[in-house]
Design a protein around this ligand. Sequence first.
Ligand SMILES: [Zn+2]
Length: 443
Amino acid sequence: MSIDWTALGEEAVDLLRRYLMIDTTNPPGNEADGATFLAAVLERGGIASEIVESKPGRANLMARLTGDGSLPGIVLHHHIDVVYADRRYWTVDPFGGVIRDGYLYGRGAIDMKSTGIMHLAALLAIKRARVRLKRDLVLLATADEEAGSLYGAQFIADQRRDWLAGAEYAISELGGIEAHAGFKAPLGHIVISEKTGLPLALTAKSAPGHGSMPWPDTAPNRLIRALNRLLAAERPLRVLPEVQEYFARLASVLPEDQGAGYDDLQKSLADAAFRARFLTNRLHAAMVRTTFAVTMLKGSEKSNVIPPEASATIDCRMLAGDDPQEIVGWIRRVIDDDRVEVTITGEAKVPNLSPADTELYKALADTLRRRAPGAVVAPEILVAFTDNWVFRRCGLHGYGWSPFIMDEGEWHRVHGNDERLSLENIRAGARAYVEMLLDVAGA
Ligand SMILES: [Zn+2]
């Protein structure tokens, strides 16, 4: 078996450039355009694929390289859709496929067309090299991840479970290697779980009236008081064992003083000064608590009418072990107003988790250490949501992983402006991806 790594790297850059030029902003998604592109590239490489639309234009694609069946398969999944890019704040066309100063720019360069191209390039390389496989490799491209997965991962789980047949693992987005200037060593992340959403609404009711004669108890006033109480209250902080392990590993790469107290976070958080300092980091704060973000507010339709009803949408994110009914009861007690209703407005997704000691997890960790020698690898519970939650519910061990090395500045471009990925990451990432797959699935 021989693979020309230089050629593979250039192929990955070219494929990603072309993939980024397809506008799959969700809404509306238009994932069909992305799926058609992937299918054409696969076909030229001699790999058959199947496209199914969950709704016109909302396409999902599956391609399978078959192994000898001696071990269960691996699903490599990515979402075709991307979030909106506000052109006013970009220095390049977000769908122009621009390469500048060693970086490829475009919406989806990190989240997550790049990972999709790693999967695509790996399948093409393995097929060309005629490698015998112990495991099936299933490439899955999904719609709608950025807007709730209903027409993508959830559709596949409900309607096309056969696409996952014979698989035990799933690999998808995020993870990767954080290399900050101040770190003593790079920190590798492997996502094993994510916090999940509990959609909530607070609705206050009272009599309507004229804006010229307000009184203390109007619906908007009650709502504002209830929200104030909710935001001022604090649920007990909870350090999950996996989160403790993450912070212990993080401490080992931080400059001496910065990681103090991370070896026993639950205990350290009992100290008021430590706690106040720790919670100023939004990401770290979200890792140890159930969060309540007020995201939408609704009152009157007219400026001079006091409405009979005012409501707030709360984006609540749960930690493993949270109970939706207990959270609702806690909010009712905290706001202490029986004329403000607390309701769960959608599906309460209960968090799920994949173990950090599987054969695949070990191969992912080894690959990160090869890619960034000296890297410390930590399991991560993501504070945001991904399709892996859906596929874990289908019985797969799902991990978020990428072979990309990035510093903080690059990460901030995700869902932001001038999203980009270095050509070095694309080239070396493609090789790392293939080597990882040969590690776990090569015969
Ligand atoms: Zn994503």
